[in-house]
Design a protein around this ligand. Sequence first.
Ligand code: SF4
Length: 476
Amino acid sequence: MKPLCFSENFKALRISSGATQKTLAEALQVSPRTLSLWEKGERIPTVEQALAVAERFGLTVEELFYGEEESLEKIPGMASMTELYKIGSGPSSSHTMGPEKACMIFKERYPNADRFAVTLYGSLAKTGEGHGTDRVIVKTLAPIPCAITFDTVTGDLPHPNTMELFAYRGKEEIARTRVYSVGGGAIRFEGESVAESKHIYDLDTFNDISAYCKKEGLRLWEYVYQVEGNDFKDYLMEIWKAMRRSIAAGLEDDGILPGGLNVHKKAKHLYNLQHVDETPETKTNRLISAYAFAVGEQNACGCRIVTAPTCGAAGVLPAVLYFQQKKGGYTDEEICRALATGGLIGNLIKTNASISGAECGCQAEVGSACAMAAAALAELFELSLDKIEYSAEIAIEHHLGLTCDPICGLVQIPCIERNAVAAMRAINAVNLSSFLSDTRKISLDKVIVTMRDTGRDLNRQYRETSEGGLAKIRIH
Ligand code: SF4
């Protein structure tokens, strides 16, 4: 793990911005003494204060605490796509998948424990109940009992998503550790070095990958299989089966989503609803929406879904591919090839921008999912490399600036509906690209970088804080 260096970072940022301790303290609404203690390393800011400081200097909280240079240092290439497509419990990669992973590891490390306890801090404490963080922890540690504490008071946290795990044997505490859920389901155990995922792709821009594929006469999925190895087909097949399972389960389900918003599940209703004079176009949109709702609702219920690229945006890609498989009779193998191409686009976005709503807003989640679905569909249709690129580019370009503002912090409104809209939009993007790809002026790589820059410019309220936009609406 990178060493904490908040005090040095903060001081350097203040000095380079030309601010005095007094002026910056005023701007941040803290006392000059507090600011001085931060700079001496005798105190660290609360979560709210850290977010305000990070926003002021245009950084993420992680960059603020662990160093901008190191955080932004770009390791050439890209990680395996197995880091992108993951099967896990919804509704949030940081609030359920991360804690789930942490508990699995902790349970394995202490098989003699007869009791566990977990304390949640920061955002995990504030929105953990709504996200079902406590439920997934208890389920993962079962059958060993676990007591959960939501500590919304402690403020001096190294990361907004912090949890502390305790293992007991009888009356004795046999272990305790702090874990940070740092996004996308990734976690860090305090004091342990991070096993950085190996970058198995040498190339990390669409331009370079496209040039290589053209030279070698490869399609994008063939390039992915070449890099990932022979077993990757089987991995994708498992991913596809899990996607189909979540659609099937969602179409069977009805009732109310958990969390208190009283949102009715709609996938089954959408699937069965049919007007006598329904046009083929309306039917297409209704079914695609039903599939996207099915996955979104399963995710909101904390069921198993596939991150594509995240939990909140998990419905877009499966909805498009499932609809097309049913309509066009594509084989599972062909769908896996499409998943490989869609995943490649997701990997490029993850590497060169972000797939995190907390970092770059919903454009990074649902926008990325739409680009992945468009590229996957274009691959299924065996369109040219240029048309695949254009499809993905259109899909993400028209999500630029999309904010993340889930009501009550629940991944329900606007998230589920947004998945359906993005799935329909992905199909439109492919249609448009097949007519217009010769006229395009902007590359996919450029739009990806623009999305990153736009995300960093977004006000913090619109980056998964539940403080701005629709999230300000109170629904009971
Ligand atoms: S609004 Fe936020 S939580 Fe909902 S899908 Fe978009 S990024 Fe995820």
